[in-house]
Design a binder for this molecule. Structure first.
Ligand code: HEC
Ligand code: HEC
Ligand code: HEC
Ligand code: HEC
Length: 116
């Protein structure tokens, strides 16, 4: 059995992702992978990307608008909240290779149907 097979075995057995290249990739970011890992990894591969990396392509005011809510749910906007305004770092909630939970869900039961 070679390393790769071993790796697949271990993943199947343990339900774990195996090695960097077998990591989850988000479909919506596929073109970035074609550009190279450093389209996000501005701090080298041994660190998480900085928030600035995401901000190259995503505008906080724009995402806040996309997730705006009406009426009594108005303050539940994850991108413009009473706790953090528009300043919460993207990676507090959004994972790329690993699934994450939206930070707000740790304390609230708000419904976020568009969350990825
Ligand atoms: C080089 C440009 C680029 C960078 C850097 C980038 N993204 Fe994206 N992102 C995109 C594009 C293009 C899409 C797909 C179109 C869209 O939905 O805006 C996308 C989609 C998304 C979506 C899903 C949108 C949906 O429709 O549901 C999320 C969430 C997201 N990005 C978060 C992030 C986070 C967090 C980072 C930083 C780790 C990041 N992005 C870095 C370009 C980028
Ligand atoms: C506090 C948690 C949190 C933070 C911080 C956060 N997001 Fe989100 N994001 C969410 C949630 C929750 C949703 C889904 C909202 C919904 O379903 O209404 C979402 C949705 C999105 C979408 C999809 C919008 C759509 O209309 O489909 C994009 C793009 C996005 N986020 C990008 C970002 C970027 C870029 C950052 C950093 C500037 C960021 N987010 C920071 C929680 C967060
Ligand atoms: C769309 C942006 C994006 C792209 C493109 C991307 N990454 Fe990541 N990477 C992240 C984010 C965000 C994290 C933080 C952890 C998480 O969300 O999974 C991360 C974390 C990592 C880590 C963990 C670092 C640590 O400190 O533990 C490794 C290793 C990694 N990425 C490898 C890669 C490789 C290899 C590629 C190219 C094949 C790649 N990444 C492409 C966004 C990206
Ligand atoms: C660590 C726990 C924690 C996190 C994380 C958190 N909150 Fe809260 N939040 C609270 C507490 C405690 C209160 C009640 C105290 C108060 O009203 O000031 C509250 C109150 C609120 C309220 C007003 C009361 C209500 O339930 O309608 C809103 C809206 C709200 N939070 C939105 C958010 C959003 C959006 C996020 C994510 C960006 C978030 N919270 C993240 C603890 C948290």
């Amino acid at each position: 059995m070679n390393i790769k097979q071993l790796c697949i075995c271990a993943s199947l057995a343990l339900g774990l992702a195996c090695g960097v290249h077998a990591q989850d990739q988000r479909d919506y970011h596929q073109p970035l992978y074609e550009e190279g890992c450093d389209s996000c990894h501005d701090q080298g591969m041994n660190k998480f990307p900085s928030d600035e990396a995401c901000l190259q392509c995503h505008d906080p005011a724009e995402v806040a608008e996309q997730t705006a809510r009406e009426g009594e749910e108005k303050l539940q906007n994850p991108h413009d909240s009473m706790h953090y305004g528009q300043d919460a770092p993207c990676m507090e909630c959004h994972g790329e290779h690993t699934p994450k939970k939206a930070l707000c869900q740790e304390c609230h039961n708000f419904d976020y149907p568009k969350f990825k």
